[in-house]
Design a protein around this ligand. Structure first.
Ligand SMILES: Cc1cc2nc3c(=O)[nH]c(=O)nc-3n(C[C@H](O)[C@H](O)[C@H](O)COP(=O)(O)OP(=O)(O)OC[C@H]3O[C@@H](n4cnc5c(N)ncnc54)[C@H](O)[C@@H]3O)c2cc1C
Length: 366
């Protein structure tokens, strides 16, 4: 199980100290989350991170693709080579057509027991969290949920860091005596790598699932998309405008939505705004909300508490608007405006509307 890091002096030679039956465990695996024909982008983000870990360990990077026999599964396999896989473990079965915990847990634990990875990474999505928990408990190994940083320490052990105590501290968790070392990572925490479409294919390993449809208790009768959350693309938006308690009322969030609309971006907010009922929960940004990595993040009336900061610090450019020059957000914003957001937001909306409108006309005339 996961244990806190022991002092380095007592743990020289991590691999040698592993119980005999775990010494063969090698390679870094990434679970490729394929649902309804689409690979979740977090899987490719994890391939990028997995590559770094595998290189440090001097082992192979492996992808695991579970799905039915269709074009989407074939495409997902092809993409694993482009994102750096040396080996792709594949299980194709009609029982795996829709995600259900039982057959997916059976397939993934079966693969782990057969091919013994030392590290197994999954996206901290709804599906990934569900699967990671049942795989870790079935295998009786440790799982660090919602890791924000992955490293290989000097003893070749996975050091998975995540916020703790309400985000006020970061703790680094090691799985010392069990394998694989498992972690989930939320979308957008890791950078998206560039695929190399010319990269040659690696080795494919096919796995046969011994689960019949009759053995699976859960049946998918119908798929109903969540109408609200599916419309919100905060995590992958290039431009995000967000408001905090400094906006003072639900009505004032129109100013945030207007600026986001003019810039062609998404809008979000801090957690207390959700608690007030001023915005729906899928708009929350931060440790317990969405992690974002936009090219531009405009934060209006947000103090910059650590729980908010961890969700936005991957942004390329952070512009903060706050009346308090001592606000924490100015410690990590790239540009700061000490002013009333209720005045600055509409002024920005007007200025961008004019500027972008003029550029559109120029483009139309050209
Ligand atoms: C376990 C846990 C998880 C959490 N998860 C999250 C999370 O995911 N996301 C998150 O955001 N928070 C989270 N929080 C809450 C977090 O600690 C802060 O309380 C929260 O981020 C503060 O929100 P805020 O900045 O909007 O409000 P406040 O802290 O009240 O700040 C409002 C800011 O607005 C400024 N202001 C006031 N009037 C104006 C004006 N007219 N114009 C411009 N500026 C103005 C003020 O100077 C102030 O800096 C979490 C807390 C805990 C304990």
């Amino acid at each position: 199980m996961s244990e806190p890091a022991a002092p380095a002096a007592g743990r020289a030679g991590m691999r040698k100290e592993l119980p005999e039956h775990f010494r063969d465990y090698r390679n870094v695996w990434v679970f490729i989350e394929l649902e309804r024909g689409e690979v979740h982008p977090v899987s490719w983000e994890l391939m990028g991170e997995g590559r770094k870990l595998a290189d440090k360990l001097g082992v192979d990077l492996c992808a695991v693709v579970l799905g039915q026999k269709d074009e989407a599964t074939r495409t997902a396999i092809r993409m694993t080579w482009a994102y750096g896989a040396d080996i792709c473990y594949i299980c194709k079965d009609k029982v795996l057509a829709d995600y259900r915990n039982e057959p997916y847990t059976s397939a993934l634990t079966g693969l782990v027991n057969a091919y013994k990875p030392e590290i197994l990474l999954l996206g901290a999505t709804t599906l990934g969290r569900d699967l990671a928990g049942s795989v870790a408990t079935t295998l009786k190994t440790g799982l660090t949920a919602d890791a924000t940083e992955l490293e290989i320490d000097h003893e070749m052990s996975l050091a998975a860091t995540r916020p703790t105590f309400g985000g006020t501290l970061l703790c680094t968790i090691h799985t010392l005596n069990f394998r694989p070392q498992m972690a989930t990572v939320r979308p957008r925490v890791m950078a998206m790598p560039e695929p190399d479409m010319k990269r040659p294919s690696g080795r494919s390993v096919w796995y046969t699932l011994g689960v019949a449809e009759d053995d699976v208790i859960t049946k998918v009768l119908e798929f109903v998309a969540d109408a609200t959350t599916n419309d919100v693309n905060l995590a992958y938006a290039d431009i995000v405008v967000a408001g905090g308690m400094g906006l003072q009322s639900a009505a004032n969030f129109k100013l945030v939505r207007d600026l986001a609309a003019v810039l062609g971006g998404e809008y979000g907010c801090s957690r207390p705004v959700i608690q007030k009922g001023w915005m729906p929960s899928e708009r929350q940004i931060g440790q317990t909300g969405k992690t974002i990595r936009p090219r531009l993040y405009i934060a209006a009336g947000i103090s910059g508490a650590i729980q908010h900061r961890v969700g936005v610090e991957g942004a390329d450019l952070i512009i903060a608007i706050n009346t308090d020059p001592q606000a924490k957000i100015f410690e990590f914003a790239h540009l700061g405006v000490v002013a009333d957001a209720l005045q600055v937001l509409p002024a920005l909306t007007e200025a961008f509307a004019k500027r972008l409108g003029r550029e559109t006309r120029i483009l139309e005339e050209a």
